[in-house]
Write a protein that binds this ligand. Structure first.
Ligand code: SF4
Length: 354
């Protein structure tokens, strides 16, 4: 049994070839700052953030479409608060609301069922953004809508599958030498789901929880695997993540959703990377492909590079100047799980000292 002290010593004293490790979960990014892990990394060991923030990977065209819907008479756009200030190519939803569009904040997806029943003359459009972790709740919502025969709800689906995006990134960037697997998504899809990816891309993966002990153990594991040149999936969070994942949730998801090509901000269209309703529930989709990424990001914004780990937030010329949490230029600064926002909130403290 390796102790926390031994893990931290191995991390501090890493003297192998340059090693870049990616974390794909915003909560991991936050915890890494909180525990001051970045402060102890030697120069040849670096941490980069991946595409684990659902708001950040949602294409700007999606926001544009939501704004357009919210402006149409008879429609109400329902969304969680984290999407409100995300810039599209034009207005954000908060700006659209100030401009008279009908935008309502949900606190739970089930809120919309009540609103739709109370206001049958209104058409409610629901933003559905997230990863595998959010799918079961949307499956239950589709079930509820069908059972109650509610005709005035539609969804803007942009729910992503994580693994195809990892495939996309690691195919293009062979310099990333290890991956800290997310705790929440892994609880749904299971640790075995990563095995073909790790074999094919020759990358080790350690699934971790969010404590200092978990993260230090994951880094220690990835350093050790890198030295041995092994590319295994090690589940360091077994009290939450099983090898086969949440079988009940998997069955629920398969009953309502299927994978199709989907657009990611910064990555473009990735095959089988989005969850969309099966034919039976396709009528509940508001459509929209959001594929028009030919329109530019906000001038200077590096979100597309930050999402794939090619740049750190301070590399962006707007970071902390034109772009702050109070006045964000890109989604990575808006979202609680976005790398820019996390770096900005933590840069003054740099976390605790280990
Ligand atoms: Fe985009 Fe702002 Fe991050 Fe720059 S600092 S990449 S503008 S979100």
């Amino acid at each position: 049994m390796i102790t926390l002290e031994q893990c931290l010593t191995a991390i501090k004293n890493y003297d192998g070839p340059p090693l870049k490790i990616m974390e794909v979960c915003g909560t991991h990014t936050h915890s890494i700052f909180q525990y001051g892990i970045r402060n102890i990394l030697p120069g040849n060991l670096s941490l980069i953030s991946g595409p684990g923030c659902p708001v950040c990977v949602t294409p700007a065209g999606y926001i544009d479409y939501a704004v357009q819907i919210a402006h149409d008479a008879g429609n109400t756009l329902c969304t969680f608060g984290d999407l409100m200030r995300v810039p599209g190519h034009g207005a954000s939803l908060v700006e659209a609301r100030a401009d008279g569009a009908s935008v309502r904040i949900m606190y739970a997806p089930m809120d919309v069922v009540r609103w739709a029943q109370d206001e049958p003359e209104q058409m409610f459009y629901v933003t559905a953004v997230g990863f595998e972790t959010t799918l079961p709740i949307y499956a239950l919502l589709l079930h509820d809508i069908e059972e109650k025969k509610i005709a005035n709800i539609r969804f803007l689906f942009s729910i992503k599958a994580l693994l195809p995006a990892l495939d996309w990134i690691f195919d293009k960037d062979r310099s990333i030498g290890g991956l800290i697997g997310p705790g929440h998504v892994s609880a749904i899809i299971g640790s075995a789901a990563y095995e073909p990816f790790c074999r094919r891309c020759r990358v080790p993966l350690a699934i971790a929880g969010f404590s200092l002990e978990h993260l230090a153990a994951a880094l220690y594991d990835l350093i050790s695997q890198s030295r041995r040149q092994t590319f295994a999936v090690h589940n360091l969070y077994p009290n939450v993540v099983s090898r086969e994942g949440n079988i009940q949730a998997g069955r629920l998801i398969a009953g309502y959703f299927e994978k199709k090509p989907s657009v990611w901000r910064g990555l473009g269209v990735i095959d089988a990377s989005g969850y969309f309703p099966t034919a039976r529930y396709a009528g509940l989709s508001a459509g929209g492909s959001f594929a028009d990424e030919s329109l530019p990001e906000p001038p200077g914004c590096l979100c597309g590079s930050i999402i794939v780990g090619r740049a750190d937030p301070p590399d962006c010329p707007l970071f902390g100047t034109a772009c702050t949490p109070l006045s964000p230029c890109g989604p990575c600064m808006v979202s609680q799980e976005g790398a820019c926002g996390i770096w900005h909130r933590n840069q003054k403290t740099k976390g605790n000292d280990l």
